[in-house]
Design a protein around this ligand. Structure first.
Ligand code: GLY
Length: 301
């Protein structure tokens, strides 16, 4: 049963990741338009968040797909992605390598009896589905890694939080560490869906997996709405942030109230951003700046 305030507008909201440059909101905007086009073609919320997230993966300004962070060896890229619908479908990949659009492979997993494929199994699954070999490394990601090496000594000896407190250069530490996961949420008038894709956080080991492919951690979708987070994956995963934000929507909080609740939930030192959509609208926000956008259009009859 839908609440009486339900409007029949389709909604897509997208973010370019916690600490992404808000001046790059044209990227999430383009992603929203790609998602709404899919909904206008009656392909539904799941296809919409896949199209939107794929658009962000192909935008090399963001840390997902092309432009993903390099791992600590300076060459390896391992990516996580996931998608979920309010009908209970979920699919994800973790630590997948050498594909252009991890979120498309996650959608492929959703069509199998499994919920999550990891590492070389995920990559082999992608090849089996005809996904070609692709190197997502960019010059900008290499440059970020070079900057990271410049602070690598301090990072090794300080906790990230302590280094952040003591940082005394003009250039913010966050610029050196880069931005996080991209994500999308959608409502097509009938169904909610969420999707995430990530090159992972900075300075992580081979095989490290964050919140993105874990249902209820990075993302959640249910009959009361959809949530897509971004930020420090370990903190987001430990706190089941997406599911608990969803419960706030289920309890009747407005999207902006649910976002405010989520942003206040984790320790001050944690990097976090979030977008949500419910039957009445959408909202988004982050602690440290984030390129994001939401857009509505008439839902198809
Ligand atoms: N939020 C993405 C990650 O921590 O990998």
């Amino acid at each position: 049963m839908l609440p009486t305030s339900v409007h029949r507008l389709a909604v897509v909201a997208c973010h370019g990741g916690s600490a992404s440059n808000p001046a790059h909101a044209d990227g999430p905007r383009r992603a929203c338009l790609a998602g709404l086009e899919v909904i206008a073609r009656h392909q539904g919320a799941l296809e919409a968040v896949i199209a939107a997230t794929r658009t962000l993966e192909d935008d090399d300004r963001f840390n997902a797909g092309t432009g993903s962070n390099l791992r600590l060896d300076g060459t390896t890229i391992q990516m996580d992605a996931s998608c979920m619908t309010s009908l209970g479908a979920f699919g994800a990949v973790a630590a997948i390598e050498r594909v252009q659009n991890p979120v498309v492979v996650a959608q492929g997993v959703l069509e199998t009896p499994h919920v999550l494929l990891v590492g070389d199994g995920a990559t082999a699954f992608a090849r089996r589905r005809g996904v070609p070999d692709y190197d997502p490394t960019t010059a900008a990601a290499r440059a970020r890694f070079g900057q990271l090496l410049a602070v690598g000594g301090p990072l090794g000896e300080w906790s990230r939080t302590a280094l952040q407190r003591a940082w005394n250069f003009d250039r913010p530490l966050r610029d050196v560490l880069g931005s996080d996961t991209v994500g999308s949420v959608a409502w097509d008038g009938h169904t909610f869906a969420s999707a995430l894709s990530s090159g992972g956080t900075t300075a992580v080991l081979r095989g490290r997996v964050g919140d993105v492919p874990l249902p209820g951690c990075g993302l959640y979708a249910g009959p009361s709405g959809a949530v897509a987070t971004t930020g420090d994956g370990e903190d987001i995963a430990r706190s089941l942030l997406a599911y608990r934000t969803y419960l706030a929507l289920e309890d009747g909080r407005r999207p902006d109230q649910a976002v405010a609740w989520a942003l206040g939930e984790l320790a001050d030192s944690v990097d976090v951003g979030i977008i949500v959509v419910n039957h009445t609208g959408y909202a988004g926000g982050s602690r440290h700046g984030m390129a994001w956008h939401g857009q509505e259009a008439q839902a198809p009859a």
